[in-house]
Design a protein around this ligand. Structure first.
Ligand code: HEC
Length: 165
């Protein structure tokens, strides 16, 4: 497997045109533009298998470090909309973005960490995917942190954050 990956990598290095070699011939302020080439059928992007494996449930063991990472990533990527307690009252919402449901709504309480990882990977409805910004293992960490937020909020009335003062 490793050998196959290495071979593909070597073939790619040999064959791939990086688009930089012509730059010396033209004014340095001009960008080299190439037509979009679709990915050939049957091609697997480098690292795709590792990414897939990292996304497979049940994900990494939930340790203190994983939770700390989840909290840190949640604050960076999710709280702007979902709010720091997950009630849908982040700053982006206060500037007019449609408010997401509170994580403490009945339906969202039943989401599994795996389903939350899928929402981060693929987006949902008006929420964009975060696959290009959040690493697979970080998605699990965030998902467990969201479940912890929900557990912490248990007993509080579910509400829509935006409706709060
Ligand atoms: C730009 C704002 C925004 C950001 C940032 C954002 N979300 Fe969302 N999220 C939304 C909105 C809006 C919805 C409701 C989508 C809909 O139903 O149309 C949503 C819905 C969800 C849901 C519920 C999905 C369901 O089943 O209805 C989950 C879980 C979720 N987001 C998790 C996250 C996590 C985790 C992050 C951080 C990686 C994140 N979101 C970042 C706006 C955002």
């Amino acid at each position: 497997m490793r050998l196959a990956v290495a071979l593909i990598g070597a073939a790619c290095l040999a064959a791939c045109d990086t688009g930089t070699e012509q730059r010396d011939d033209i004014a340095s302020t001009r960008t080299v533009q190439r037509p979009y080439l679709p990915v050939p059928p049957g091609t697997i992007a480098r690292g795709a298998a590792a990414r897939q494996a990292a996304l497979a449930p049940p994900g990494p063991e939930v340790t203190r470090d994983v939770m700390a990472r989840g909290e840190e990533r949640f604050r960076a990527f999710c709280s702007p909309c979902h709010g720091s307690t997950g009630r849908g009252d982040g700053t982006v919402v206060s500037r007019g973005f449609p408010p997401p449901l509170s994580y403490h709504e009945e339906r969202l309480l039943s989401l599994s960490p795996e389903q939350i990882v899928q929402v981060i990977t693929n987006g949902k409805g008006r929420m964009f995917p975060y696959a290009d910004r959040v690493l697979p293992e970080e998605r699990w960490a965030i998902a467990h942190y969201v479940k912890a937020l929900q557990a912490k909020g248990a007993g509080l009335a579910p509400d829509r954050g935006a409706a709060r003062p």
